[in-house]
Ligand binder design. Structure first.
Ligand SMILES: CC(C)(COP(=O)(O)OP(=O)(O)OC[C@H]1O[C@@H](n2cnc3c(N)ncnc32)[C@H](O)[C@@H]1OP(=O)(O)O)[C@@H](O)C(=O)NCCC(=O)NCCS
Length: 147
């Protein structure tokens, strides 16, 4: 067993210097997530996507956020029971209080490692202040906005 000495761990504060624009959530498709065909139920997929959009926007803005809009969601490929699903949320556009998040569902076969982009959609989240009203958020860093 490898021991971690206090010399190895220099600092426990790993807060990034700039606001994070991405979150990744990992799930496994269990039977209670599926439809009658044994593939991921669309409503479950949307719930994971909305959660990733929430986390990406809240983490970016450091405010609570609400979903104002879910844009076109394309279910390109089914996701099977037993597969791992990575839900990736990326902040792609920022207005005054609105934060547009692109969300992808990537299915990974745990036995082979094969990964497929199965679903993509966009969500508009609104940052709220302590009064529950829309509040301004910081502009998107240039490198992200121009990517
Ligand atoms: C979203 C919400 C906070 C907006 O409140 P509002 O008083 O209409 O806000 P404003 O008109 O001042 O607009 C604020 C921002 O929201 C954006 N916005 C409002 N409705 C929107 C919509 N349907 N789609 C995209 N953006 C929207 C505006 O463009 C604006 O963006 P900006 O600040 O970047 O310019 C309000 O409509 C709300 O609480 N909706 C319910 C949210 C909810 O319950 N979500 C869960 C759904 S299951």
């Amino acid at each position: 067993m490898t021991e971690i000495s206090s010399d190895t761990v220099e600092s426990t504060d790993i807060t990034p210097a700039i606001a994070p624009t991405e979150v990744r959530m990992a799930e496994i498709v269990f039977p209670n997530h599926t439809n009658h065909m044994g593939t991921l139920f669309g409503g479950q997929a949307l719930a994971w996507m909305d959660k990733a959009a929430f986390l990406a926007a809240a983490r970016y803005s450091r405010h609570t956020v609400v979903t104002a809009r879910s844009d076109q969601v394309d279910f390109k490929l089914p996701i099977r029971q037993g597969q791992m699903v990575e839900t990736i949320g990326r902040v792609v556009e920022v207005g005054r209080s609105s934060i547009r998040v692109e969300v992808e569902l990537v299915a990974e076969d745990l036995a082979t490692g094969e990964r497929k982009l199965c679903t993509r959609g966009h969500f508009v989240m609104i940052a709220l202040g302590p009064d529950g009203k829309p509040t301004p958020v910081q502009p998107l860093p240039f490198a992200v906005a121009s990517a």
